[in-house]
Design a protein. Structure first.
Ligand code: ADP
Ligand code: ADP
Ligand code: MG
Ligand code: MG
Ligand code: MG
Ligand code: MG
Lengths: 195, 334, 334, 195
């Protein structure tokens, strides 16, 4: 269970493709409880990741994660840009010490929480990242964990992020950042890194 | 959706290009960014820089308020999306003239986080940065169960007061203190007649029926607190003023500044009628309006509707700051 | 139709009341009229008065251009309907400070006839009155088979040039000569994305399909010269510029002022994108744009669309007049 | 065939009622070839005439015609306000010399032409006033003359007034000012002044 340059590139290529394919759906999820741009935001990021990896051709894991982080930070904007960007930046930093997947994902989660100060149950991407990190640390990360975490955001009431402005009306909708994080981890699992 | 644009993905860079082409005497674009800085470098010398920005779609905010007496620079994100930290950082560097930079942020998670990241970057380069997060929208409950209230049109009063103080030589700490004092005195509430269409999305963020309005909508189409049948202007004014009155508990003899802000598709004619009803009702309550501004100042793309801001002039210096000379595209005053 | 108003029959008086309540430092209302005169009496002393006006629904025109350096007074008719001669006459009297009054009229039969009647009334009282009829809209054929071309947004350049000259002490005859020289150098052409709804009528004057636009529409929804599918901004700019080019036969090295005017419901973001495309195309033709203004200046209620005005700066004094200081609600310049 | 205070008051009361009733129709006629306000313009004038006659209580024909003229001039606006106002003002002036209907109507027509410089065939109210004056002078004014004159504007192409901006497209539509002038003369005939 370790990230390598190769599986990380596969992972992100997969993620970028899914985001491009699900762009409209993600923005649609962001419409009732947000401002309808999450898919467009991430699609800019996905395209930027592809371009940056193509251009920089990173030769080690740290460089790859940093390239990904900077592409996200400079192209996504919005809440998710700062959050995903910080997550990958912290993963890049940690990758200088360890390439173990649970440690890297934990570093990413810590970055998200430092930046956005959300805890679990606030209907954000943290509600996907946190159970995924726990499961990875226990060696139990699988698709069911991811799917359950994403689905669980539906019944939560948002108290962080733009969806918190909707108050009670946020209940009954999936959180767009949780759904996109779900795609991220689904693509991670597809690389077989957990095997 | 019919919009005067080319590729929706390029709408922000093309808009910024148009701004700079039309108003070179006001603005300069920072290379490789959508950040715009004052053309008049000399007007910033020896003063604290003041920057603001956020997602695009709120024009003339924020670039329209860049100039002597107001902002030093503004950063334009994608439509309704916070600008990225690297761009904000570029604006900070351009605005810094050795005295540090003050950032005026509207309370949206994206904005707060990206401006915070930019501040981290600036501090690594030893540029002193302080900020205020404006949260004037009273439509949203101010409880611990939300991200707090949203920052909306009242923010331009913050730009004006801080801009005037900076121009008069206030230090970064003084600006931070002033902003904290001013902040709870600015409150805004809106009513929408139609939703805004983000160019890349292609359909309205929300849809109101032909005879329906929604109170309390945010500047990105965030839901408000009530939908109902269309009302006469006078009734709209009462509804919004009652909300503001419940916040300020204003009384005869109090002094306020007033901003009636068009959301983008509402003609000035309607804004003036609404202003008339608002000012008559305030006059009936014997509240003094010492300063008034009406027009499209902080819009929400093609949304129809208005927002109403009251700024309690608890300190008479704040009125002087509003009246202080300013020379920008959207707010010029001798 | 959703409009922020009360009784549609009172929309003009309520709008005028709102203007005066919001901007007492700029405007005074003449008793029993919808005519507005400069607050600053002293700025008119010893100078020829300059008045304009027309139907309402074009805000900020015309009251938004009343102030030192521009108009002395403005008269607001009912929506899209010429003001009556008695009201125009009241404005003439208020604007006259012994040197006579110059009237700037847009070429519509109602305006021309009512202003003419007012002139008759004023001359009976020995007030010298001269006037210009602006007809800048090139969408209409300039033949003897029509009432001539319409007067549209380019009129505000006439207000500005004449206002500056009057402020510098030009006589009534000099203003009349100047206006005649300027007039053929101002030309405008519009594109509409949607029709305007007159409040008392309650439905749009014309309807365009969801993907349809119309070139050459007038400021009261008068039909244009062609309907077609929505085009990218760049193509709209080409179409309108080609029409202007065919009129001016402009060449590399020519000097122009540019006005991009929003019709009411079109956000500034789109206007800036359009400006960018226009200025790029003019730059490609090596035409110099010495002065640019972008925004809602002479609108058509809630019509979506833009108009494009070029003003050939055949005399360098005209550029100075555009840059001359002005202090009004909608146009302020140091 | 002479106007009196009494039949003039009856005439205008009738006209004011028809205008109020036909307000929407007149504005509708003004929509394809004008700016859609002719009915609203005249309705303001009609209400103002009623109010002014009620208030001033004119005791002779000249005073009545002048009251009507001033109400029109100060309330209608647009092209039709200046035109109808001038027509009644000229009729008031002439009524000091003669009360003969043909002479008064001719004076009104002259006023309209002085103000608007339109001749017949330009698709304006002149195309109703002119044949009506001719017929009145020949002692042949009847409803058919009025109706024919109004209908004849349909096939004309406008070269004066706002409708001239539509060019050829003005053909096929009745001229709104011609229709309202038709109502004016229809109400005049109802008073029996021609008998
Ligand atoms: N404070 C926060 N902590 C963690 N995640 C957050 C926070 N605020 C927002 N988010 C996540 O960001 C997502 C919205 O992203 P996006 O739509 O791209 O940004 P914006 O809200 O600026 O439009 C939300 O669905 C949520 O998952
Ligand atoms: N120059 C003119 N001479 C005679 N009648 C005219 C002239 N111009 C316009 N009209 C009449 O005025 C009518 C339009 O009146 P109205 O709609 O009230 O004014 P406006 O055109 O200012 O909106 C036309 O239908 C036509 O009969
Ligand atoms: Mg969003
Ligand atoms: Mg956003
Ligand atoms: Mg009209
Ligand atoms: Mg009309």
């Amino acid at each position: 269970m370790a990230l390598t340059l190769e599986n990380t590139l596969n992972w992100l290529h997969g993620f970028d493709q899914v985001i491009e394919a699900k762009k409209a759906y993600l923005s649609q999820l962001d419409t009732p409880i947000g401002d309808g741009d999450h898919g467009n935001n991430l699609a800019r990021g996905a395209a930027a990741i592809e371009a940056a990896l193509e251009k920089n051709k990173p030769t080690d894991l740290t460089a790859a994660l940093k390239t990904i982080a900077m592409a996200l930070v400079s192209k996504v904007g919005g809440a998710s840009g700062a959050l995903y960007g910080t997550a990958f930046l912290e993963m890049a930093k940690t990758s200088q010490k360890t390439q173990a997947l649970p440690d890297l994902l934990a570093a990413g989660l810590a970055g998200i929480q430092k930046r956005g100060s959300a805890t679990t149950g606030e209907k954000t991407m943290v509600d996907v990242w946190a159970p995924v990190v726990t499961a990875a640390q226990a060696g139990e990360l699988d698709q069911a964990v991811v799917d359950q975490a994403v689905q669980a955001t539906k019944e939560m009431q948002a108290t962080k992020g733009r969806a918190s402005y909707v108050g009670e009306k946020s209940v009954g909708h999936l959180d767009p950042g949780a759904v996109s994080s779900g795609y991220l981890f689904t693509e991670l699992l597809k690389t077989g890194v957990d095997k | 959706m019919k919009k005067i644009m080319n590729d929706p993905e390029n709408i922000v860079p093309e808009m910024v290009a148009g701004l700079v082409q039309a108003y070179p005497q006001h603005l300069k674009q920072l290379p490789d960014t959508e950040a715009l800085v004052r053309h008049d470098e000399a007007s910033m010398a020896g003063k604290v820089g003041v920057i603001s920005g956020g997602g695009s779609g709120h024009e003339p905010a924020h670039a329209g308020f860049v100039g002597p007496g107001m902002l030093s620079a503004a950063v334009a994100g994608q439509v309704f999306t916070s600008p990225t930290p690297d761009q904000i950082y570029a604006a900070i560097k351009a605005a810094d003239h050795g005295k540090g930079v003050f950032m005026i942020i509207k309370n949206y998670s994206g904005d707060v986080m990206n401006f915070d990241m930019a501040k981290d970057l600036a501090e690594m380069d030893d540029i002193a940065v302080k900020s205020i997060v404006v949260d004037d929208d009273i439509a949203v409950e101010n409880s611990t169960f939300t991200q707090g209230r949203r920052g909306v049109a009242g923010t331009i009063f913050m730009h004006k007061v801080i801009g005037a103080a900076a121009d008069q030589g206030a230090s970064l700490d003084e600006l931070a203190t002033l902003a904290q004092k001013v902040k709870p005195n600015i409150k805004t509430i809106a009513v929408a007649l139609s939703g805004a269409t983000v160019p890349e999305v292609g359909k309205p963020g929300f849809i109101l029926a032909d005879d329906e309005i929604e109170y309390g909508v945010g500047i990105h189409g965030e839901p408000g607190y009530r939908k109902e049948k269309m009302q006469p202007a006078n009734a709209l004014a009462s509804e919004l003023l009652n909300r503001l009155k419940a916040e300020f508990h204003y009384q005869a003899g109090d002094h306020f500044a007033l901003l009636v802000n068009g959301m983008g598709a509402t003609p000035l004619m309607e804004q003036y009628v609404f202003t008339h009803n608002v000012m008559d009702q305030l006059a009936a309550d014997k509240v003094n309006i010492d300063f008034t501004k009406v027009g499209n100042n902080l819009t929400s793309l093609d949304m129809a509707g208005v927002s109403l801001t009251l700024f309690k002039l608890a300190d008479s210096k704040w009125l002087q700051a509003l009246q202080y000379p300013v020379d920008t595209i959207a707010w010029t005053q001798k």
